[in-house]
Every structure is written in structure tokens, then in C-alpha cells.
Design a protein around this ligand. Sequence first.
Ligand code: FCB
Length: 456
Amino acid sequence: MSVLPEQSESTALRFPTGFVWGAATASFQVEGSTAADGRVESIWDEFCRRPGAVHNGDTGEPGADHYRRYAEDVAMMRSLGLGAYRFSVAWPRLADLGFYDRLVDELLANGISPWATLYHWDLPQALEEKGGWTNRDTAYRFAEYAAAVAGKLGDRVAGWLTLNEPWCSAFAGYASGRHAPGVTSGDAAIAAVHHLLLGHGLAMREIRAVAPEIPAGITLNLFPVHPASDAPADIDAARRVDGLQNRIFTEPVLRGVYPDDLLVDLAPYGLPSLIQDGDLDVISAPIDLLGVNYYRAYLVAAGGEPDGPSEWVGAEDVRFLTSGHPRTEMDWEVQPEGLTELLVSLNEQSPGLPMYITENGAAYPDTLTPDGAVRDADRIAFLDGHLRAAHAAIEQGVDLRGYFCWSLMDNLEWAAGYAKRFGLVHVDFETQKRTLKDSARWYAGVIERNGLPAEG
Ligand code: FCB
């Protein structure tokens, strides 16, 4: 079945041969079947029950019912020509990983490379009850889990990602509490950062032991950060936000150090005392690739007042300004040029580092037309702009090897519930009917020509 637009325009920008074209999802957001086959509770099941925590009281049920409909979904991926599918493994399913076994086989049978993320935020609730990521022991439990998953899938996946966006796990989970487990403590968030990073390093060892030849790395959500003015206070605000968002993860992983300024800023929250001998060697074990999730950039100034528990531990006074770009339905500014800037800057910091964009995409208020279409020209423009920006980075020497659109299909957008739709594919959550949006057809065309159509 061809889903391509009837008339293929000429190709303007071509990507390197072998560039990986994929789409991504995450276990809790799409699977549903939260009580099937011995799955235990995760922090998100618990958080969803908390009154007011998740929009509309939405939960992991029904998700996109991917647990049961995976074969249909893989067929859909094939119809789009996807070369790779990035999914995450649910730690709460450790007792029975059969679903991932079947999913991986189905992907391979359809010529699609499986890319597995080990942790996309669904910590078993039982571990949270022992302190979750604030407890150093969780890093060791994560390594055991990683070994089990690698043992099960190790020879069949095309790429491994240990953690997805540890910034969100640590700061949204334990500082502002807007994500599970909903804790509001700066100390807890900083402990979580260190233990997540330690867990990453320990998991890399386990993956290497089972599948040394399969490329592995970590996915970080990274943002270019700019000060609103040349005023020293604004420049310092940008330094602190860049530190908490980006450098607190990139420097330990890529260079085996925490930046000096963060060790000072975060001493009141206990960062230096968390670091044990050898930790940074474990954390900085070589990675084969860096996964970059990019959604937007930050413009910051000093002198604000937090209006609740802040994610910006030790930088609660920072203000986030708008720079006048159009916005998505998440209220996020559309800033494709920030993607070029980010990738080029990472390549300057770690020359030659292979990178993949493991997430990029946008929520828009999609509606199904009476004839069953979704005319999401805004999403096409978003993706087109970001792919041009990615291409510009490649032209500037970045070893960018692939792009995974977030998301394959509409799903539970965490605390925003099912109301925010990021999919290339529309999901009717009542019937679970899938409908290709115009953007899915457009993306299929990009994949087929390994490039973008001529502009305008
Ligand atoms: C990222 C998450 C992903 C999705 C997108 C919109 O932070 O990794 O699960 O929610 O944002």
C-alpha cells in the first residue's frame, strides 16, 4: 500500500546515504494493558490517580492500546516506509518481557530497525517507595533490569538508549513535582540527577557485556539558552539554566566531570557529597551515540519570582521570556534554528560525536474532517523547518545519523493527558482507530526521497 502523495515534487535537500528515518513512542504513553501479564505499578499509575495531577484525570488506560495492536501498528509503520522505531521498555514489565520480544520480531520481519530505550520514566512504584531515584540503590537495580532486557533483546535491537531525558525524571519528577512521583524538593532532584547518571553508566556496562557491537548511548533533552540582555545578571541566569538543563548531564557523560560552577551552586543541595569514588568513571564510559531530543530554545533573564515549586533548583529567580515565534499547542515557541545551533555546539564540544535526533515534533489541535482526514499543515511546516535545520547542521560537519519524529501516534502526553496530540497518526481513543495525518504522508515522502522537497 502506498501512502505517498500522488505527485512527488523535486528533492531539494538530500540527507546522507543510510540516514535513519524513524518515529518514537514510550511505553506508558502508548501501551495501555497496564495490568496485563504481571505488569506491576509504576510511579505514573500512582501519579495519575492523584487528584489534579494529570489533565482530565487521564491515565495509562487505554493509551493507544499498542500492547495489543502492535502488529497493526508495525504494518502502519511499514506503510510509511519507516526505517526505525524507537520504543521504550517498561521496567514494570520485567517479570514478563514477552511483549518486547514479539514487537522486536515483528519489526524485524517488516524491515524496521528496533531502537530500545530502557527508561522512559515509568519507575516501578515499589522502588519509589524506597526513595526512587533519590536512593543510590535504584541505580544498581536499574543495571540489573538493563542486564535482563539486554539478555532478552540484545542481539536483535539496532540501538540502545539507557535513559530518556533524565532532566525530566529528576527536575520535573522531584523538584517541581509536575511529573511523577510528584516530589517537590531541590535536594531530592539533585540526588536523582546523580543516581540517574550512575544508573546510565552501570546500564552501559551491562549492555556492553551482552551486546558489545550494538551502538548504545543516552537521550538528553537539550536546549540552547540565551540571556535576554548583556546585563551580568541575565548572563548569569543563562549560565545557571544552561548548567541545570544541559551541562549537568553532558559534562559528566562526555567528560567525566560535573562543571565547577554547578558544584558550587548545588553544594547547598548536596551535589558534591553524593559523588563517590569511581562514579564519574562509570558515568563517562564511552558512548557510541548521543540521542538529542529537541523541542525549543530558552531566552532567560534574572529577577523573577517562582509561582510554585520550581524546576530550577538554585535558580528559582530566573524568568523565561518569549522571543516572539509562533507557538505550538503546548505553548512552546517554534525555533528550528535552535536545532542547528544545538547540534553544532555539541559537535564543537565533542568533535565527531555521532548523534541522532531521538525526538522532535509538535502538538497541534488536530481534528478529523468529515471525510476522515487530518489536515495538519502546521505540523508539516514544523517538521520541514526542523529537518532543514538538522540538514544545516550536517552541512556544518555534524555527524547526525538519524531522526526520530515524536511521535508515531497520538498518546498520553504525561500531565497534559490525551488532550495534546503529537502523532503523525491520529488515534481515536474511544475506538482506537488510526488515521494517517497529512504529516504522516508528507513524512513518508521525505523518507522515500531521503530528503526534503524544494521549498515553497
Ligand atoms: C518529551 C518526552 C516525550 C514526549 C515529548 C513531547 O519530553 O520525552 O515522552 O512527551 O516530550
